[in-house]
Design a protein around this ligand. Sequence first.
Ligand code: PMT
Length: 408
Amino acid sequence: MLTGKTIVLGVTGGIAAFKAASLCSKLVQKGADVHVIMTESAKQFITELTFQSLSKNPVYSDTFDERDPSVVSHIHLADEADLVLIAPATANMIAKMAHGLADDMLSTTLLATEAPVMIAPAMNVHMYAHPAVQANMRLLESRGVMMIEPGEGLLACGYVGKGRLEEPETIVQVVERFFAARNESVQGQGLLRGKKVIVTSGGTVERIDPVRYITNDSSGKMGFAIAKAAKDMGAEVHVVYGHTDVEPPSDVDAVKVQSAEDMYRAVLEHWEDSDLVIKAAAVADYRPKVTAASKMKKSGDTMTLELVKTVDILEELGKTKTKQFLIGFAAETNDVEKYAQDKLKRKNADLIVANDVTAEGAGFRSDTNIVQVYDAGGLVEQMPVMTKDEVARRLLTIAAARMNGALS
Ligand code: PMT
């Protein structure tokens, strides 16, 4: 899996630096060409010779220790890397990265590289929870740096909690999955070229009065991941989204709506000439019968709100579809398969993606999901816990194969 991949492994100064030796060895065993850069503090915990012996490559720690006159080492390593992995990443290195400091070989290489960067933080539980560290990590994430969250347990400092470097085996799995996903995305490029795709995302908002409404927990992450993946696969993408916690991808046509009725109308704008529609939005099943024009006043101990059914967008699309491939989602809390199958048939969808929204790592707001894909014949695929980006790519690969007449 890692053969032919050049990984720059940055090792910074924490007690977990000793685990980086095992990590280096495992990456090499998987076929990676590993180049280690150590900070001066890391050398307090483990020697350069250890990494040199394991990686069979020279180890760098001094920006000015130029061994090959034909190249500038930190630029050469930065250019050669397919991935820069920092494990363990101390609070200090995370802060340097967040603020763009370049005062040693590793931080300088990090500024110079265009390769993807993944970091596995490790530190004391209170340091990890410190708002400055958390803010720096969020900033790095917003720039695309991938985090391998530390595990919980007994820390070298004596505390029990979150801050322990993730186990080398797990880090290697994350690295392998990263390259596999990138490979899949390269293979997937063009799979939806020329196709028009509509994706709905987020939760609808059904107004009670000017200050109150009914909505749900959808963050928009699942729908936007699908929109982004469809765009990457070459499709023309229209996103219709309601209430979300995150912004839609910047390079797709995105229309913000409120209610189920608004969403239905916006979807119909592109429906006729669309090829693929994915309804990841969490649409309210009921709305207040009347929306009060002014703020409703408190009166009496109880209040009854009369609700009426909203339009079922997926069901309506299912009735009028011609060439369109229709994918619905099913957010369930129990009897997932039964309800998913029922929705597939009732709404005349080609595929239903079921998620148990009570499962850890699945459903609303989380960055990951666990889904089962069904067609009229039953289970098509049970996906393990995957990031929503990975779920999106896999789902669209299945859909593209079916739209092109090949089952997947
Ligand atoms: O946005 P995230 O935080 O990332 O969370 C993702 C998610 C949990 C919202 C997503 O994975 C998901 O499950 N979306 C569907 C939510 C939902 O409304 O499920 P449902 O089982 O109630 O509806 C079944 C299908 O019918 C859905 O495709 C839904 O969009 C559609 N529907 C439902 C009601 C309605 N009035 N019109 C519809 O089109």
